[in-house]
Every structure is written in structure tokens, then in C-alpha cells.
Design a protein around this ligand. Structure first.
Ligand SMILES: [Zn+2]
Length: 354
């Protein structure tokens, strides 16, 4: 077994090929476009059916604060125990419980970017981001010839948690690797953790149809600060091409920097292009959002200083708890938590001083 990719902990992912793979070696990880011609599931997911006053009294009494901060929680592995960039399954479930009890509800990246945060009055948004596309996040098990979401994977835990909570929608983004080893290729391949390579595209389509978003995290998690511009763009463009192979025409809006490292030429993190040397086909990418690896709660999109191309996150793992952030968010004013006024047409709360 290959040493496991340690997510954003500082290590490079293991690779069989040389440091800079030749185009031919990369072609082996290019996913087959022939499978990418399915009709995309309807992306107009229904928003919350009701945006009336939240049921719990604490939320109902919370003063609207729509210039406040939004936690973007960042998960990597969800396994048996906490570790570096790893949380236990029990902890993941407990953090969902905690967020729910404190009046947080998941939103989509697109809702944040488009200023369409539609929550009940008194509720607060939380943006879930899952990095690295490991089977621990989304694993299938085969039962009687049918594929089921493993209830012990993060997605399985999420769905079980959400099943009796209509105001906990399937929202959040999975920042994907498509060509990394150790099973970090669209949630597992080559039999790693029982995951078959041919299940990969189905997983992306299922996430999309459930209401989650797909985000790019490069082809195999290269440290972008170490490479020339052309290589940076190839890593990013090929990551997106693989997503497009799974869901043709999918509009990727977010990109997570591997290890939080910016390319030397920073704008290449959100816009660039790559020309396939074999076909001369040009692939362009352009992202509205770039995720840092840390940095605390994010500014509200109504805050004039909101910068979607440098979105801070709250990484979770051993010695990386959620509670301190939630505590900090309990203060009042623009640096406290975003609290919805329940009306998407108005922005309520104290404006941050410029
Ligand atoms: Zn990562």
C-alpha cells in the first residue's frame, strides 16, 4: 500500500511518475471523455422551502447581522480517529450536531458568491468544503448488485444526520483531485478501500444531483509555488477537464489551493489556460472563488472587503478544533457571526467600518 496522501499537511502526494510527468504519463490519468456525455442533472436545486422564523428560540432571538462572518469549514479525511487533517466519524457527526444546535445551516458556495443566502431569520450560514476526494468522504459499498453510499463515509454520515432535518440541505463543495494516487482520484479507484475506478464519474454526478457543488483542487495536488506558470495551468486545467468529463459543461466556480500554496504568478490560481499537446485543444479556466487553507471565518459577501479570490477557511483535524471559532463568532457586530434576517431582499445589521 502506498503511503497515504496527507491532505494539506505539507507533504506532496505520492506519485509513480517523475516530478514533472511527460504528457504521455499524464494521459493515463486523463479520464475518458467518452463517459462524459450524459445529461447533467438539473442544477436548479430547490432552495429552502420556508424562510420563516427559525423554530428554535435561540435562533429566533438572534439579531440579524448580515455583514457578519461565515465559517467555511474544511474537512479532509473522516476516519476512525482524529489525526493531522483527519477527524473521526464521531467527531464529524458531533460537529454537524453542534453547528445545527447553534443555528448554523449549510449554504452553497454559489449562494455566497451570488449573495443569495436564503436562510430563516436568526439562522447563520456555514459553508462545508471537503478536500482531496478520498473514499473516506464518499465510499460506495456493493450490496446485492447495487451501489449504496457507505454510511460510515462522511457523505453517509451527513445524509443520516440530515434525514429528519428539512432545514439542513445538501449544500457544500467537494474540492476534487482527479489524478492523485492512494485513492485520491474522485473518491477512490483501483480497488483502494473497495472503490472501483468505474464508479468515479457516477460519484460526481450523484453529488451534483444531490445539491452539492464540485470544486477543483488540481490534478494531483502539486505544490503550485514550486512550478513554472505553464505547469501550474496544466495542473489546474486538467483537474477541471476531468470534472467536465464526468459532467459535461459543469461550471466549476471554486478552486482550493493544494496546501494553501499560491503559484508564483498568483492570478493563475483563478484564471489560465492549457493547450493539450496532442490535440492542440485549449482548455481555459476561470474561478470566482479561491480557497486558502486556513485564516478563520470569512467575511460576508456584503462586506466591502469580501474577497472571493482569497477565502479563508477553518481546517479541522487533530489539534484543530471547531469550538474556538464558534466562540469567536459569538461576539456582536461585523466580526461576529452572520445572522440572517430571513429576507433575501434586504441586508440587515451593522455595516463594517471601512
Ligand atoms: Zn488538499
Amino acid at each position: 500500500m502506498i503511503a497515504l496522501l496527507t491532505g494539506c499537511s505539507g507533504a506532496e502526494p505520492p506519485r509513480a511518475q517523475a516530478e514533472v510527468p511527460s504528457p504521455d504519463s499524464l494521459s493515463s490519468v486523463r479520464l475518458d471523455a467518452a463517459n462524459g456525455d450524459t445529461v447533467r442533472p438539473n442544477s436548479d436545486q430547490p432552495v429552502a422551502a420556508s424562510v420563516s422564523v427559525a423554530g428554535d428560540s435561540a435562533s429566533a432571538n438572534r439579531a440579524p447581522n448580515e455583514y457578519g462572518r461565515i465559517p467555511i469549514v474544511e474537512y479532509h479525511l473522516v476516519e476512525a480517529e482524529d489525526g493531522t487533517y483527519k477527524v473521526s466519524r464521531e467527531r464529524f457527526r458531533a460537529e454537524l450536531d453542534t453547528l445545527y444546535a447553534r443555528g448554523y445551516r449549510p449554504i452553497a458556495l454559489g449562494e455566497m458568491l451570488d449573495k443569495k443566502i436564503e436562510l430563516a431569520r436568526g439562522h447563520s450560514p456555514v459553508l462545508f468544503i471537503f478536500d482531496d476526494a478520498s473514499p473516506s468522504q464518499f465510499r460506495y459499498i456493493e450490496r446485492n448488485g447495487k451501489l449504496e453510499i457507505d454510511p460510515s463515509s462522511a457523505l453517509g454520515i451527513w445524509l443520516d444526520f440530515a434525514k429528519d432535518k428539512p432545514d439542513w440541505r445538501n449544500r457544500g463543495a467537494f474540492c476534487l483531485l482527479s489524478g492523485a494516487e492512494a485513492g485520491r482520484s474522485f473518491f477512490g479507484n483501483k480497488g483502494i478501500e473497495g472503490q472501483k475506478s468505474e464508479w468515479r464519474f457516477a460519484k460526481l454526478r450523484q453529488l451534483d444531483s444531490m445539491g452539492f457543488e464540485l470544486c477543483n483542487h488540481t490534478l494531483w495536488h502539486a505544490r503550485l509555488d514550486k512550478y513554472p506558470d505553464a505547469f501550474v495551468q496544466e495542473q489546474i486545467a486538467r483537474g477541471e477537464l476531468a470534472i467536465d468529463s464526468a459532467i459535461s459543461g459543469y461550471k466549476v466556480r471554486g478552486f482550493a489551493l493544494p496546501l494553501g500554496m499560491w503559484p508564483k504568478n498568483r492570478p493563475l490560481a483563478w484564471a489560465g489556460s492549457w493547450t493539450d499537446p496532442k490535440t492542440q485543444r485549449v482548455s481555459k479556466y476561470n474561478y470566482d472563488a479561491v480557497f486558502e487553507v486556513a485564516g478563520g471565518p470569512a467575511r460576508s459577501p456584503y462586506d466591502p472587503k469580501f474577497n472571493p479570490r482569497s477565502l479563508p477557511r477553518i481546517p479541522l483535524g487533530k489539534n484543530m478544533p471547531l469550538f474556538p471559532t464558534l466562540r469567536v463568532l459569538e461576539k456582536e457586530g461585523p466580526s461576529g457571526r452572520y445572522v440572517s434576517d430571513g429576507d433575501i431582499s434586504t441586508v440587515s445589521g451593522q455595516q463594517p467600518t471601512p
